[in-house]
Design a binder for this molecule. Sequence first.
Ligand code: SF4
Ligand code: SF4
Length: 348
Amino acid sequence: MEKTLAKKDFPQWVKKLTSWKIYLPKKDAGGRWNYAEADGEDVLETRQATLPPKTILFPQNEILLEFSKSRKGNAETLEVKEVLPPAEPTVVFGVRPCEAKAAWLLDEVFASEPRDIYYWMRRENTTLVGLACTPPPSDNCFCTSVEGSPHAEEGSDILLTDLGDKYYVRSLTAKGEALINAAKGLFEEAKPEDRKKVKAVHTESEKKIQRELKGARAVSEKLKTMFDSPFWDEEAMSCLRCGICTYICPSCHCFDINDEIIDTTPLRGKRVRTWDTCQFPDFTMHSSGHNPRPDKASRLRQRLLHKFQYFVQVYDKFMCVGCGRCITMCPVGIDIIKVLEKVRDHGA
Ligand code: SF4
Ligand code: SF4
């Protein structure tokens, strides 16, 4: 389904979606862009939010179950109650195509057995409306180097392209069609000249990507030979092990699970899943005290090998979508493109 929507009608579209909870990128009080709930005065902007929309599909903290113990005479009973996410139809507007592609990668991970029902309840209830990047939202974008593009469709249910005074609206799934059908009167059939313009806009935006990693597949092959290289010690020297590069990454998905005790008499508590990071020393700490990744070098190596070697081996896809966030936000300027270029050229 290919339609157009006058930009002035976008707030009307949002208002008509009364059965959905709506998110879109908004500037917060601190001046940062982040996905937040719509408030009726909504416009779409090509901005890169500090945190990607994975926060909606895979929240930073979530309760998996609650437990309590009760005693009757000498008998103790443990009650466990599963806490599933609310089945709440949700729409996220203005998703960067690389962020939707990251959701498509997370689908691979969370679909593997045992299928993660917490992730999938949110994912199946969420419609992602991508907005093609015209222009790229960051100087560090490099999606075209990792088999993506500023108008990639993977993971999106609809892809919008800004044509000046209107959006070109390409529906990609039944979930996307349902959003258009909920406000049918606002849309017009796309015309051949609109399609021509979209093509030109997409080609132009690809040319505006400023960063490039040449030969990403060759990097992937080279990494197989560098596990024991002293290279990682040199590259990780300045790392502060803050974990920012992983928390803000749209495709990173490591988590920890803890039981938190709310009360002891009688015992009452909850099991909580929280984002974790391979950049923290205790991430791989065994209860014996042994740590297979005891230093910064082995942890930086893990981040890069997971994204550019192991994931490629298993799924034939990079687990990096080239959003550039980890480059922009690393406090000591560790630049994933520069590190991977050195890998590619290592020993050449
Ligand atoms: S953001 Fe930079 S300093 Fe922090 S853990 Fe990642 S690479 Fe190290
Ligand atoms: S590794 Fe860096 S550039 Fe790649 S998707 Fe994650 S944050 Fe973006």
